[in-house]
Design a protein around this ligand. Structure first.
Ligand SMILES: *Cc1c(COP(=O)(O)O)cnc(C)c1O
Length: 348
């Protein structure tokens, strides 16, 4: 067509997981939380609706930052909120990575990062995990034009975790900011949050979409030193979080009892799913997230995906050209996982 910047015309857009609009599916494909969110969320949103939506929202989402700062034991000045953590990933990439520069990622990992680099006209450097799911030392090496590194931790699609000790050692050597994308951290044993105070290049990214069951609300936040946040503020939309999402997210993070109860249930179901898939002949990677990566020695994952879909169970089929293909299965309720296992027993 020729109207657009050449990198936009050349790139593939990001394809989100299927969100069927018709029919009843058991949805285990986009790592949503199967349980309803804290009841306080609807109450808080209702209260905002009663006041009306005529005024612009607080551009800094102060109510959320104050609550979150207290819970996370950080200063509110270290928190920046976004319209989902994808919005913050966009802000970070736009602020740090220019045309022809480089963004480093582990491989395999979250596919959106590459799209963000492509939009900037930047290159990606993908560094493969080692067999024990740690990263090789070159993940932290300087290289010409390197401006930013993303590390989903726990990683998607593998569910594996790089220890905060290793992340700290890498951050120490890296010539650029390192984003620990902790979308799944509430299902994990360790977090990198404590590194922010000691490393001015560490950014911890969190979302309310997965562990708080608010993927439809669109709210995420990052924790970093105020000097970084001051630069990100220049790039973000003034009103990137709306009044309803600020109220809902604040109520959600305030209900830590709900979070603790729900994550305990999901982790118990994860343990059971991992065990039962193994009994059916699947290779399953031990997960610290709300999904598992599974491959079967005899059955093609694409066919299993298709057969499950025909029976109204959606899982994510993924193929990484330089790694493997397999199924990424989100942790549903026990009932949903039972339905999945019953079907799989007839297929493998
Ligand atoms: C789901 C996910 C996100 C996006 O979360 P939103 O807050 O819904 O935009 C970011 N990073 C990773 C690794 C994810 O899996």
């Amino acid at each position: 067509m020729g109207f657009f910047r050449s990198n936009i015309e050349a790139m593939d857009g990001y394809t989100p997981g299927e969100q069927p609009q018709h029919g009843k599916f058991i949805k285990l494909n986009t790592n949503e939380n199967p349980y309803p969110p804290s009841r306080e969320v609807t109450r808080a949103i209702q209260a905002v609706l009663e006041q009306g939506l005529g005024r612009y929202p607080d551009s800094m989402a102060t109510a959320f930052r104050l609550r979150a700062a207290d819970i996370l034991q950080v200063s509110p000045d270290c928190i920046l909120c976004g319209n989902g953590s994808d919005d913050l990933l966009t802000i970070i990439t736009r602020a740090l990575v220019g045309e022809g520069e480089r963004l480093r990622l582990p491989y395999p990992s979250y596919v959106l990062y590459k799209t963000l680099a492509n939009i900037q006209g930047a290159e990606t450097e993908e560094i493969g995990f080692q067999s024990d799911w740690t990263l090789p030392p070159q993940f932290a090496d300087a290289s010409p034009g390197l401006k930013l590194a993303f590390l989903p931790n726990p990683n998607s699609p593998t569910g594996t975790l790089v220890s905060p000790t290793q992340v700290a050692a890498m951050a120490e050597r890296m010539p650029c900011p390192l984003v620990a994308d902790e979308a799944y951290v509430d299902f994990a044993e360790q977090s990198c949050l404590g590194l922010v105070a000691r490393h001015d290049n560490v950014i911890v990214l969190r979302t309310m979409s997965k562990s708080y069951s608010l993927a439809g609300l669109r709210f995420g936040y990052l924790v970093a030193q105020p000097s970084l946040i001051a630069q990100f503020l220049k790039v973000k939309d003034s009103y990137n979080c709306d009044a309803l999402s600020i109220a809902g997210a604040t109520a959600a993070i305030n209900d830590q009892t709900w979070l603790a109860e729900t994550t305990v249930k999901i982790k118990a179901t994860r343990t059971r799913l991992t065990r039962e898939l193994a009994a059916l002949g699947f290779d399953v990677i031990d997960s610290q997230a709300n999904f598992v990566w599974a491959e079967h020695s005899r059955r093609s994952p694409r066919e299993l995906y298709e057969e499950l879909k025909a029976s109204r169970v959606l899982v994510r089929y993924m193929k990484y050209a330089r790694w493997r293909e397999g199924l990424r299965i989100s942790i549903g309720t026990d009932q949903q996982i039972d339905a999945l296992l019953t079907l799989l027993k007839t297929m493998v």
